[in-house]
Design a protein around this ligand. Structure first.
Ligand SMILES: Cc1ncc(COP(=O)(O)O)c(C=O)c1O
Length: 331
């Protein structure tokens, strides 16, 4: 709670961001004919969850077409404004997009939504440990994020924040022991989510120690870790862009520790979920490089996504750039 500056009573552990998003959608109050918004950069599983709940409840789902590359915050707010009507009640927005690595101007977005009477559900899966996160200042309606990404805690550790005004409505997906008791005082709401049947809770218990451990790996603590990862990925992106002769799609202020790089077009209609693009396959089989390659917003527009963590160094990205040059030269 301290790491993300939130009241511990407004936070619960969940196993992953997908669960947290489903948790909110499953309880959110609606009337048939309402409208919900989802960003075109949204993570596939969360986009599908939005579609599912909208179809089931006769809610209209509108996609906010956020341009990529993007020029400035105004372009993003304008895309939002174009889709808001007086029936719009909820918007799912990424803090850091998986597909594009873009860090959204999330405070401006949350404020803009609220001014327009729309609740914000922020998908912050990649944010904690990558970018500075202050939930009290951000003041979203809902914020869901993973601890098993940039905080480096074990898989199966994530959290959901719910603004106190909403806590009364947001119920666990799994109804279990704490639901027929009012034990726990101000912690009662959070307790209901904790005991969702027997499973391995150890990942949750590791989050605090992981935060303390990683903090000690850099003389400037977490701020140093985040800055150093950001600097490395930015330098790496520039190096690859220069060697391959393209421009980076985003300015530095839209980048955390993930950078998506434009590649020559892939195959039309490819890949489907769980299929491996030939470029990714080749990098792995011939050069032993494991790196995400995907189409965005749709095939054949192809991108390759690099990330930086403390264990990476610039030499690894030089190697990637040389391998990409070899691949494209031989085409
Ligand atoms: C933006 C975003 N949202 C949601 C998720 C889903 O996270 P999980 O698989 O932990 O539920 C991811 C995973 O990469 C993501 O990048």
């Amino acid at each position: 709670a301290e790491f993300v500056n939130a009241d511990p009573d407004d936070l619960v552990f969940v196993q992953n961001t997908t669960t947290g998003v489903n948790q909110v959608l499953n309880s959110f109050l609606f009337e048939p004919g309402d409208e919900w918004l989802v960003s075109s950069h949204a993570y596939g599983a969360c986009m599908l969850a939005m579609k599912h709940f909208c179809e089931r409840n006769k809610i209209r789902l509108n996609v906010i077409e956020i341009p990529f590359p993007v020029e400035d915050d105004q372009q993003i707010l304008k895309a939002l404004q174009d889709k808001i009507t007086d029936r719009t009640k909820l918007a799912l927005i990424d803090h850091v997009s998986s597909a594009t690595g873009m860090v959204f101007p999330i405070k401006k977005i949350v404020d803009f939504l609220r001014e327009n009477g729309v609740c914000s559900l922020v998908d912050g899966a990649h944010a904690p440990g990558m970018v500075y996160l202050d939930i009290r200042h951000l003041n979203p309606d809902f914020y869901v994020a993973n601890c098993h990404k940039w905080i480096c805690a074990p898989k199966g550790s994530a959290f959901m924040y719910v603004k106190p005004d909403w806590k009364h409505f947001i119920k666990p997906l799994i109804i279990s022991h704490y639901n027929d008791t009012d034990e726990g005082g101000s912690s009662h709401w959070a307790n209901q989510f904790m005991w969702d049947g027997t499973h391995d809770f150890s990942a949750y218990f590791c989050v605090g120690d992981t935060l303390d451990y990683i903090e000690k790996l850099h003389p400037d603590g977490w701020e140093g870790v985040m800055n150093s990862n950001h600097k490395l990925v930015w330098n790496a992106g520039n190096l690859i862009a220069e060697k391959l002769g393209f421009d980076l799609p985003l300015r530095e202020n839209y980048i955390g520790s993930i950078l998506t790089l434009p590649m020559p077009d892939g195959e039309e209609g490819f890949p489907k979920f769980n299929e491996t693009p030939p470029l990714k396959q080749k990098l792995y089989e011939k050069y032993q490089i494991q790196v995400p390659v995907f189409m965005f917003p749709s095939a054949p527009r192809q991108w390759l996504r690099i990330s930086s963590q403390l264990y990476n160094n610039i030499g690894q990205y030089e190697y990637l750039a040389d391998c990409l040059r070899q691949i494209f030269k031989s085409k």
